[in-house]
Design a protein around this ligand. Structure first.
Ligand code: ADP
Length: 794
């Protein structure tokens, strides 16, 4: 055995492994080889003949005979032996060769015997070496073929077949540990039919299971005799098995991965060679099982990684760099794209994966700085982030991009931040509008102050004529009216945005609403010398808040007057249609650019082109108008053919608003001068306000007593017993509510007319004043007309 190994080792080391099969292949090669060796031995033989005097000249033939017999076989060996014997006979005296029992004859016969023995020895080596070589060849073939088979089951099946063939076995099994079931499962088999495999599985895999548990080879030389096999004997008999040996498959870290077993139909003791082959095949099987498990682990991890990335809503892509010959990155190639990213890019992952970015999206690198960002992330091996606007999705969306190097590739996350960007832009725009509004507000409030101050100066002047004084007071009245309208608008807009504006609906007719609106806007219309055409049917009755609707129309009319050049034309037209009432305010003024139309109803919206045109306005008039119309269940639209083409504002109200209900006597607030004069207590800590109102009331013939705080108001009330008390709310010492409560609590205070005059105009304030006992709640600056009307009614 050892000799066989030696030969095979020499063969391997000296390249005989390849030469040997080549020589063996044909008889011609075998005999030619024998002839060459024999000639070489003969030459050497005759070369040293003169030196040895023929005594040791046969020395070259024994190795030649063994070499040729081992490599080329018995008959070529016999040929070399015969040539050797012939050569040694040639050295002898021919005559003495035929003399019986002569020394020469004995020497030749001895050399024949030696040659025959050497042929026999060579033949023996040959048989061993051939098998070793054959095994070597088989195992070599096995390794080579295994490397080209991708799947573990096929690899194990090949190992099984080779192993069984090298053993000359009838049956064989490779089992792998099933980790979930904690038992062995057949991974490859040879010679077993499915039913036998099923029985084996049911019986716990017999010898294989023993080998796995023992983590060592189990050899059953005779199943009929071995006591370890007693429980499986019957099954073995059924399968025709008499001997079996199983080798565990041990991983590099010592885990028993499975077993490799062969079964024989006759009792048998395995040879060392078979054990060695079993070890080699078991090792190979273990390596492939381990490799498959590692690959499975990696692909499982990849699958999980991929499924997480695929299912996440965050767009994600993996890209590998494309370099030119000098190693510079010129492009990227898609390696992975999740569904969210594919959605944004309007493609499927399959369409782009494996392709270059520029092949799939030719304009991808036109986004400034994006390519540089990716290259920088990769080359600096650092995470890079940026916000970029992309055209890839056709929406000009904004993305927050995070590019992170990953094993030579680039992982890229995109978060869609378009919404945030829009909000940012809206905030900036709102901020800009707010600044503009504050500037306009300051300007608008300061505007009336100059004429008021000047008028006051004139009125104070002792030399001023009565006509000048009257003129001054009319200026002051007009400007105050203008300021209070501004403040009213502001308050109303705030109420609309907070949803607290309440409509006071009542039956009314459209004509009176339009008249009231025209009356308000008239000064401006006249000032700018516009022609006003009003086309409103007489009989259009409505159920709405007349003051608010008049506010809408006066806003529209004031705008028409403001945004129309001098001597323009303004038309108010109303008409009842099938399911709605439309009121149109039209002008031939500066018009509105198409792009600005949607914005004009926004809060603080002022169209730039209009700004130079008209002084006045806070950019809230239309927002307010829209809010009021919407509260009535209607809508308002702006139309214009463009700049310089005039504008048209159309208010549409549902028919529910335009209801035919009987009208009360049309709304004069004051019913003339027939009322008797009153004794009035007027309490306000603002002396100017109190005194100016007192003058107005006295001019109307009323008797007015002034107080400037709550306590003096109460004293005055007790002393004078007035018919009416006009009380400011925020007074020092005792506030207006308290004073009202105390007056009402007094026996003489039950009938007195209590009117609150205050800057607090919220509904809650009104409710509180009602609770304190006030009959009316007037907001500063009060309309003298309204107050006088209330006094007249009392
Ligand atoms: P403002 O106080 O600026 O008049 P509004 O809310 O009433 O505010 O109007 C908003 C903007 O709409 C105005 O600044 C103006 O640019 C435009 N606008 C309103 N009415 C007209 C109109 N009749 N003709 C042209 N532009 C108008």
């Amino acid at each position: 055995m050892r000799g066989g190994f030696l030969v095979s080792r020499i063969s391997r080391d000296f390249g005989l492994a390849r030469l040997w099969p080549w020589i063996e292949k044909t008889p011609t090669r075998r005999f030619s080889f024998a002839a060459i060796v024999a000639v070489a031995a003969s030459l050497l033989h005759w070369l040293i003949f003169p030196l040895t005097q023929g005594r040791t000249s046969f020395i070259f033939f024994p190795p030649a005979i063994i070499l040729v017999t081992t490599i080329a076989g018995r008959w070529p060996g016999i040929l070399v032996a015969a040539i050797g014997v012939f050569n040694s006979a040639l050295q002898k005296d021919p005559e003495s060769l035929f003399v019986f029992n002569s020394a020469e004859q004995v020497a030749v016969i001895a050399s024949v015997l030696v040659a025959a023995m050497l042929v026999w020895v060579g033949d023996y080596y040959r048989s061993i070496s051939r098998r070793e070589l054959h095994d070597l060849h088989e195992l070599h073939e096995l390794s080579a073929t295994l490397a080209s088979i991708p799947m573990l089951p096929d690899q194990l099946q090949l190992i099984m077949h080779t192993f069984a063939r090298m053993h000359g076995a009838d049956k064989g099994l490779i089992c792998i540990l099933d980790r979930q079931r904690e038992g062995l499962a057949v991974a490859a088999s040879f010679g077993f039919d499915p039913a036998a495999l099923e029985t084996l599985r049911e019986r716990g895999m017999g010898t294989s299971a023993m080998a796995r548990i023992a983590r060592a080879r189990v050899v059953i030389e005779d199943t009929e005799r071995d006591p370890r096999f007693s429980s499986l004997r019957e099954m073995a008999r059924n399968d025709g098995v008499r001997a079996v040996h199983a080798t565990p498959l041990i991983s590099r870290d010592g885990e028993a991965l499975g077993t490799l077993a062969v079964h024989f139909s006759t009792p048998r003791k395995p040879t060392d060679r078979e054990f060695r082959i079993a070890d080699i095949c078991a090792r190979k099987a273990a390596v492939f099982i381990e490799r498959a498990r590692a690959e499975e682990l990696v692909s499982e991890r990849d699958r999980r990684f991929e499924s997480v990335l695929s299912s996440t809503g965050v767009p994600f892509a993996l890209m590998s760099p494309v370099r030119n010959t000098s190693g510079k990155i010129t492009d990227f190639r898609w390696s992975f794209l999740n569904a969210a990213a594919a959605r944004i890019m309007r493609c499927t992952p399959a369409e782009v994966i494996g392709r270059k970015v520029t092949d799939t999206f030719p304009r991808a690198w036109e986004d400034p700085g994006r390519f540089e960002l990716y290259v920088d992330a990769l080359e600096s091996n650092k995470v890079r982030e940026a916000e970029r606007q992309s055209e890839a999705d056709g929406n000009q969306s904004w993305y927050h991009i995070v590019a992170s190097p990953l094993d030579g590739d680039l992982a890229v996350w995109f978060a869609d931040i378009s919404q945030r960007k829009l909000q940012e832009r809206a905030l900036i725009e709102a901020d800009r509008r707010k600044d503009e509004f504050l500037a306009t507000l300051a300007h608008e409030l300061r505007n009336p102050l100059a004429p008021i101050r000047q008028a006051a100066t004139i009125a104070r002047n002792v030399n001023a004529t009565d006509a000048q004084k009257r003129w001054s007071s009319s200026v002051i009245e007009r400007q105050v009216q203008h300021m209070s309208l501004l403040l009213d608008d502001l308050l109303d807009v705030s109420r609309i945005t907070h949803g607290t504006l309440q409509l006071r609906k009542q039956p009314t007719d459209l004509k009176s609403i339009v008249s009231a609106a025209v009356e308000t806007a008239r000064p401006l219309i006249d000032e700018r010398k516009h022609q006003l055409i009003v086309e409103v049917p007489d009989d259009l009755q409505m159920y709405c808040d007349p003051l608010r609707l008049a506010q809408v129309l006066s806003n529209l009319l004031a705008n028409a007057a403001k945004y129309t050049n001098l001597e323009g034309k303004i038309r108010v037209h109303a008409q009842q249609e099938e399911d709605e009432l439309t009121i149109t305010v039209e002008d031939n003024g500066i018009g509105i650019a198409q792009a600005d139309l949607p914005m004009v109803f926004g809060m603080f919206a002022q169209v730039r082109s209009a700004q130079d045109h008209a002084a006045g306005g806070l950019g809230i008039g239309l927002a307010l108008a829209k809010g009021i119309v919407v509260l009535h269940g209607g809508r308002i639209d702006a139309q214009s053919a463009g700049l310089g083409q005039g504008s048209r504002f159309i208010v549409r109200l549902p028919n529910a608003v335009a209801a035919s209900q009987s009208l009360p006597a049309a709304g004069a607030v004051r019913n003339g001068s027939g009322a008797s004069n009153k004794r009035i207590l007027l309490a306000d800590d603002n002396r100017d306000a109190a005194e100016s109102l007192a003058i107005i009331l006295r001019l109307e013939g009323h008797d007015v007593e002034l107080a400037h705080d709550g306590s003096s108001a109460l004293c005055s009330f007790a002393a004078r017993r007035p018919d009416v008390a006009l009380l400011d709310i925020g007074m020092p010492k005792t506030n207006g509510y308290e004073v009202a409560r105390l007056i009402r609590a007094a026996p003489e205070g039950a009938d007195v007319l209590l009117i609150a005059i205050t800057g607090w105009a919220q509904d809650a304030d009104k409710a509180e004043s009602r609770a304190a006992g006030f009959d009316h709640h007037l907001t500063k600056p009060i309309e003298p007309e309204t107050l006088l009307g209330l006094l007249d009614q009392h």
